[in-house]
Ligand binder design. Structure first.
Ligand code: NHR
Ligand code: GAR
Length: 211
């Protein structure tokens, strides 16, 4: 069993998709859910599933590094083998990112390398994109710039606003993230020399998830 720790700041619907996958035969278990926000609904989802939770409020720490050290201590105490950012909204410092090199993933709501950072749905609409989507990548120091593993696309519709588009992307995220975590749990996916290896082959571009 692969030990997962999931970091959330909000609603935790991606966490829910991961919990569901663990209950549907994936050889992994979520040992701890951590949030920087005490009122994140993701914590409630974890509690209802009997999963341990931890709140680490950023306001309790006087620097990004000291917050990240507290985070790292909790994660390591839980013996995490893979750490998943799932709507986690804080940038992580170098010490943290390097400590988890090759075992830290993020899901980001855009077709990276387009639209790194925040407010991706609004920005995709303003740029007149025909398609948008979500990406899963290994986390590195470069914000939303780590090696890409897989993507799911959605077509932008004429009457979309940021909310309708976000909702459709989120549906695809719920398929995409568990798929990638399953690959990792099966030993099919790793990071080597800053390159993604899937099934013993170096990926030259992210896998596109079928609909
Ligand atoms: N940390 C590193 N080092 N590298 C990445 O690729 C990371 C990361 C931490 C989080 C998720 C990311 C996303 O998918 C992520 C990737 C937060 C911000 C941000 O600006 C940007 C990107 C992501 C997450 N956060 C502000 C901060 O100062 C706070 C914003 C807020 O609280 O609303 O930390 O989009
Ligand atoms: C998801 O769309 C995720 O990709 C995005 O936030 C949402 C979280 O939803 N992540 C980021 O924007 C990271 N900065 P959830 O809490 O319901 O999983």
């Amino acid at each position: 069993m692969l030990n997962l720790v999931v970091l959330v700041s909000g609603s935790g619907s991606n966490l829910q998709a991961l919990m569901d996958a663990c209950n549907q035969g994936m050889n992994a278990r979520i040992v701890l859910v951590i949030s920087d926000k005490g009122d994140a609904y993701g914590l409630e989802r974890a509690r209802q599933a009997g999963i341990a939770t931890e709140v680490i409020p950023a306001a309790d720490y006087d620097s990004r590094e000291s917050f990240d050290q507290a985070l790292q201590q909790r994660i390591d105490a839980a013996q995490a083998e893979l750490v998943l950012l799932a709507g986690f909204m804080r940038i992580l410092s170098a010490g943290f990112v390097n400590h988890y090199a090759g075992r830290l993933l993020n899901i980001h709501p855009s077709l990276l390398p387009k639209f790194r950072g925040l407010h991706t749905h609004q920005r995709a609409l303003e740029a007149g994109e025909m398609e948008h989507g979500a990406s899963v990548h290994f986390v590195t120091l470069e914000l939303d710039g780590g090696p890409l593993i897989a993507q799911a696309k959605v077509a932008v519709q004429k009457d979309d606003d940021a909310d309708t588009l976000a909702a459709r992307v989120l549906q695809r995220e719920h398929q995409l993230y568990p798929t990638v975590v399953r690959w990792f749990s099966e030993g099919r996916l790793c990071l080597r020399d800053e390159q993604v290896i899937l099934d013993s082959k170096t990926l030259s571009e992210p896998v596109q998830l079928a609909e």
